[in-house]
Design a binder for this molecule. Structure first.
Ligand code: FES
Length: 159
């Protein structure tokens, strides 16, 4: 089967595969999905099928993992993906205000990307930072105890 995955990714796949015993090859699914997302910013269904072919397992199992976990994006995203926690601790401490402020500042709604491709705004469930709510991630960086002034500083600090 020909793979749509570039050789640089396949080299990373090979390096990961060497870390797993052959009988545990299905454990490669999540690391390989992360590899593709880190490289491309999102993971398509065709990528999942290629990963399944690489591992030698049914494509549906990789597609299920891709669609189950919210940390994988299936569409192109902004350069900065802002994920605001909307779960109970953050909600009690003002996550709705955080979202509303970001929507005003960025001029987009939830699950939208700014026309210049810089920002995508989303809400997510608990980020496991409940003690410092309200919290959000910008890509993989955590920002906590948010208020409007802090949000402005964060946005201004991004290159
Ligand atoms: S409820 Fe927001 S981090 Fe847990």
């Amino acid at each position: 089967m020909s793979s749509p995955l570039p050789s640089v990714l396949l080299e990373q796949f090979d390096a990961l595969r060497r870390q797993y015993p052959p009988e545990m090859k299905t454990s490669l699914v999540l690391p390989l999905l992360h590899c593709v997302q880190d490289a491309n910013g999102h993971v398509t269904e065709a990528d999942a099928v290629a990963i399944a072919g690489y591992i030698g397992m049914p494509a549906i199992q990789v597609i299920e993992a891709l669609t189950w976990y919210s940390m994988f994006d299936r569409e192109p995203q902004g350069r900065y993906v802002i994920k605001v926690c909307r779960n109970i601790a953050c909600s009690l401490r003002g996550s709705e205000r955080v979202v509303a402020h970001l929507q005003r500042k960025l001029g987009i709604g939830l699950d939208e990307t700014t026309p210049d491709g810089r920002f995508t705004l989303r809400t997510v469930e608990c980020l496991a930072s409940c003690g410092t709510a309200p919290a959000m991630q910008v890509n993989r960086t955590y920002h906590e105890q948010l208020d409007e002034a802090k949000l402005d500083r964060i946005l201004e600090s991004l290159p």
